[in-house]
Design a protein around this ligand. Structure first.
Ligand code: GDP
Ligand code: MG
Length: 320
């Protein structure tokens, strides 16, 4: 069966029409969003697309796989490459995530470096800037979270970063409130080369619905659980059944590394897993626009971080 893709109601698509306004030539290209963990990359991709296609949490390293978000702006189709954050790797999964981020950058037509303006210039951001310099790549500087900083410190940060001579332009935005996101979208659209659209204009993401459903469960694990649990867990979608009444039944497993972690994910009397399931089900039903039954299981698999098939499911390379 062909899996449903996330689509419907791309808000920016409505004004596009066939060939864009007044027969303007179509443009299309890949825009990679790079940045330190937690800079707001996924929030920005969602804001540019106008729908949640990439999961977001207050914790670092929420995004594990490369996600494409598709945004329409007039005659332009922006294919946004949300990447895992770039940071100093420790585990195999870290290395796979960082390799995936750089691959996303290598293949892109335009690069945006997003910096958390409240955090300022941290080591992770410096590392990305020097890698861009070494590769001779230019990027667009996006200072994010301007809702959290005062103007003078924002301008000082922009000055400091612009001295690096890797940025062609800078934008100041709040991906969360949407402030400045429209200007950035229009700018990116204008800089893309003429070319045919690579995705249908109502498609919002390249993630198959199964993977997006697993991601929505993982988002709740990141939001609702503390300490090491989010990093010790993975979600695998086991089955997806469609019913005549339009509803779907989805089963997924949450893998953890130890029995004690299983207890925490389940919670007292199963309360935590119930809360995770109910929040994820709500998000998934909203995205699909129809009722969803979500069954969650918690399994102990001490070696999941060493299992190639879990990397394949996340579209990551195991051997990097
Ligand atoms: P990523 O790791 O770079 O993908 O970052 P996320 O998109 O997952 O965001 C990390 C955290 O920053 C989340 O808690 C977001 O809600 C928050 N965040 C993102 N953009 C903004 C913003 O413009 N303002 C504020 N105040 N918070 C933001
Ligand atoms: Mg992210």
């Amino acid at each position: 069966m062909v899996e449903p893709m996330p689509s419907a109601g791309n808000p920016a698509a409505e004004s596009a029409g066939e060939g864009g306004p007044a027969g303007e030539a179509k443009r299309c290209g890949f825009v990679a969003i790079l940045g330190a963990p937690n800079a707001g990359k996924s929030t920005l991709v969602n804001a540019l697309v106008g729908a949640k296609v990439s999961i977001v949490s207050p914790k670092v390293q929420t995004t594990r796989t490369r996600v494409l978000g598709i945004a329409m702006a007039g005659a332009a189709q922006l294919i946004l490459v949300d990447t895992p954050g770039i940071f100093a790797p420790r585990r195999r999964l870290d290395r796979a995530m960082i390799a995936s981020a750089w691959q996303g950058a290598k293949d892109a037509d335009l690069l945006c470096l997003i910096v958390d303006a409240a955090r300022g210039l941290d080591d992770d951001t410096r590392r990305i800037v020097s890698a861009l310099k070494q590769a001779g790549r230019k990027a667009i500087l996006v200072l994010n979270k301007i809702d959290r900083v005062k103007k003078p410190s924002l301008l000082a940060l922009a000055d400091e970063l612009n001295r690096e001579a890797v940025f062609t332009d800078s934008f100041m935005i709040s991906a969360l409130s949407g402030d400045g996101v429209g200007d950035l979208r229009a700018y990116l659209a204008a800089r893309l080369q003429p070319g045919p659209w690579l995705f249908p204009e109502d498609q919002l993401s390249d993630l198959p619905m199964r993977l997006l459903a697993a991601e929505l469960v993982r988002e709740q694990v990141f939001i609702q659980l503390r300490q090491e649990i989010p990093y010790a867990s993975a979600v695998d979608l086991e089955s997806w059944e469609e019913f005549d009444d339009g509803s779907a039944k989805v089963s997924a497993s949450i893998y953890v590394e130890r029995e004690s972690q299983r207890g925490i994910v389940l919670g007292k009397g199963g309360a935590r897993i119930k809360a995770i399931g109910s929040a994820a089900r709500h998000e998934l039903a909203e995205l699909l626009g129809r009722p969803v039954h979500l069954m969650l299981h918690v399994k102990v698999a001490p070696d999941w971080q060493e299992r190639p098939e879990l990397y394949r499911a996340l579209r990551l390379d195991f051997d990097v």
